[in-house]
Design a protein around this ligand. Structure first.
Ligand code: ATP
Ligand code: SF4
Ligand code: MG
Length: 347
């Protein structure tokens, strides 16, 4: 019997209340993260990745609200906890790293004091030993001269160093799960690689699980064990990272992979035409229909369920319904259901 996952998100739906009604930014999203595993959550801008992360942490602000679903973490549904209990979970058991550390760090406090505060609030240090622990943490995320840097204000550090401080704060209470929302997007390429290396290293040293949110499949290829692909508030494909790269099952995933820099040499970058629909303007049926090169009769009628596409691999796409494939061949005689070759960047 496989052990229970560390985190199980079960049909989570988060809506924004608007004059036009409650519009779902996260629509019946389900996924699991096992202990020690990295799940890459990928999708274009506006697909609902950050709202998913904020929902898990119960940090969605009005007019947003969690409408239904469960977020089972270590056997407890976080959505049923009182706010005080939830505060104990945040930072201590699950921590969040944002894209832009300047928004998460307080500009008027020294970085050492900000790390110390997290430690003291969660009972991981006394006021007396918090500073020494803060210095140790800065050293562990490889900030040079931590004894003097501990007294710096955030603006005195480079973007990469600030992200290291955020990682130090995120790891200070030894959480079991870290959610990193585009942790390297705001940084330049060499610094991005260093920060990803640091995250991977810390993850294996501390045995934690990572939910890594990114729009960059290259980051996923290097870091994730499994992948969940999100489109218009829904998870449209999940699977092991190798399977996703070798035989992507959903046309959206194929489109994202084809637009990935560093694909086949000489191959032109092809962005997927069109953009993610706004919430409230979702087409009926499969939300990808207007952009999908493989669309056929059933696509606009009802949202597709999950179909098996391999071991531990599922896709919400009618192409994987054996009863529908005859229809698809008739609609696209030259493009029978097939997966493109994986890009060379795949592991
Ligand atoms: N405060 C808000 N009010 C109304 N709609 C919102 C609000 N915040 C987010 N949304 C909507 O929710 C949807 C999902 O947004 P989200 O920020 O989760 O996307 P994302 O996948 O994280 O995108 P990005 O890659 O740009 O960070 C979007 O359509 C967005 O417009
Ligand atoms: S269900 Fe239809 S429109 Fe949606 S991804 Fe599959 S083929 Fe394309
Ligand atoms: Mg986001």
């Amino acid at each position: 019997m496989t052990p229970d996952p560390l985190l199980r998100v079960d049909r989570l739906t988060t809506v924004f209340d608007t004059a036009r009604g409650a519009l779902p930014a996260v629509d019946a999203v389900s996924f699991e993260i096992r202990a020690g595993e990295t799940l890459g959550l990928v999708g274009e801008s506006g697909s609902g990745k950050s709202v998913t992360a904020l929902s898990i942490m119960r940090l969605v602000q009005p007019p947003g609200r969690i409408a239904t679903g469960r977020v089972i973490f270590k056997g407890r549904d976080l959505l049923t906890l009182g706010e005080r209990e939830m505060q104990r979970v945040r930072g201590a058991e699950i921590s969040l790293i944002f894209q832009e550390p300047m928004t998460a760090l307080n500009p008027v406090f020294r970085i050492g004091d900000q790390i110390a505060e997290t430690l003291v609030v969660h009972g991981r240090a006394t006021k007396r030993d918090a500073r020494a622990k803060a210095i140790d943490l800065l050293r562990s995320v490889r900030i040079p001269h931590p004894e003097s840097r501990v007294a710096d204000y955030p603006h005195q550090l480079s973007g990469g160093m600030r992200q290291r401080v955020m990682i130090a704060i995120a790891l200070s209470c030894q959480p079991s799960l870290v959610i990193a929302d585009e942790p390297t997007t705001a940084l330049d390429v060499t610094i991005q690689a260093e920060i990803l290396d640091l995250l991977r290293e810390m993850k294996s040293a501390l045995g934690l699980s990572l939910l890594l949110i990114t729009h960059d499949f290259g980051v996923v290829a290097e870091t994730a064990d499994r992948v969940a692909v999100m489109y218009a508030g829904r998870i449209v494909e999940t699977g092991p990272v190798r399977a996703i790269f070798r035989s992507p099952a959903h046309p959206y995933t194929r489109g994202l992979l084809a637009s990935m820099p560093g694909g086949r040499p000489g191959e032109r970058l092809r962005a997927i035409e069109g953009s993610v629909p706004l919430i409230g303007e979702l087409p009926p049926g499969c939300a990808f229909t207007p952009r999908c090169p493989n669309r056929f009769e059933p696509c606009p009628t009802a949202p597709p369920p999950d179909y098996p596409a391999g071991i531990g691999h599922e896709a919400k796409c009618y192409l994987h319904d054996p009863h529908m494939t005859a229809l698809q061949s008739a609609a696209h005689p030259q493009s029978a259901v097939r997966s493109p070759q994986s890009p060379d960047a795949a592991r």
